[in-house]
Design a protein around this ligand. Structure first.
Ligand code: ADP
Length: 191
């Protein structure tokens, strides 16, 4: 199996690149942000809970997120591999993911870490907010809070994957195609 974590701050291009990568490598794409938004749209109890955090740019609690992720992985027993987009975002999530993959006799292939300067991220997110209908993209204070949460809680995970010799730093500035080629080259070094 090839199991990819696509990693980076909000607006780094994880979703865009995941859409290309899952087709290229025949993987199941799991985006926790998309799963939460589907729950919100369906007005489920989980969606109601997630919304209160997402609208402020905070992380949804680990127990909710990890349970949802586990269910999604287990729904795909015949997958050739997964691309995890927006997960893990905390150390307990990363540990839970390793454990889950180990129970399936597999592991993370590489963590692709997209590097994009902060001011470019804010500009991209505000721009996306004009059309995405996402409340968390429309407000600059919420965007800045998401970046702060990323710096505080998520970026330390780079060390987690670096210690496992699985971290690939990739320049996330350029055309979609250029970045895609860089990501494929990084995967091919591990796969
Ligand atoms: P982005 O990466 O652009 O911020 P996402 O769609 O990945 O967008 O996530 C949107 C929001 O969903 C996050 O700000 C957070 O509130 C919630 N979320 C997504 N994934 C997770 C996660 N793994 N753990 C906790 N909260 C999450």
């Amino acid at each position: 199996m090839i199991n990819i974590v696509i990693f980076g701050p909000p607006g780094a291009g994880k979703g865009t690149q995941s859409e290309l990568l899952f087709k290229e490598y025949d993987l199941v794409h799991i985006s926790t942000g998309d799963l939460f938004r589907a729950h919100i749209k369906g007005e489920t109890a989980l969606g109601l809970k997630a919304k209160s955090y997402m609208d402020k740019g905070e992380l949804v609690p680990d127990e909710v997120t990890i349970g949802m992720l586990r269910n999604k992985v287990e729904e795909n027993p015949n997958a050739k591999g997964f691309i995890f987009d927006g997960f893990p975002r905390t150390t307990p999530q990363a540990a839970a993911l390793d454990e889950l993959l180990e129970s399936l006799n597999t592991s993370i292939t590489t963590c692709l870490s997209l590097q994009v300067p902060d001011e470019e991220l804010v500009a991209r997110l505000l721009n996306r907010g004009k059309t995405s209908g996402r409340a968390d993209d429309a407000n600059e204070d919420v965007i800045r809070n998401r970046l702060a949460v990323y710096m505080r809680e998520t970026s330390p995970l780079k060390d987690f994957y670096h210690e496992q010799d699985k971290l690939s730093d990739v320049d996330g500035v350029g055309t979609v195609e250029e970045i895609f080629q860089r990501l494929c080259a990084a995967i091919n070094r591990y796969a």
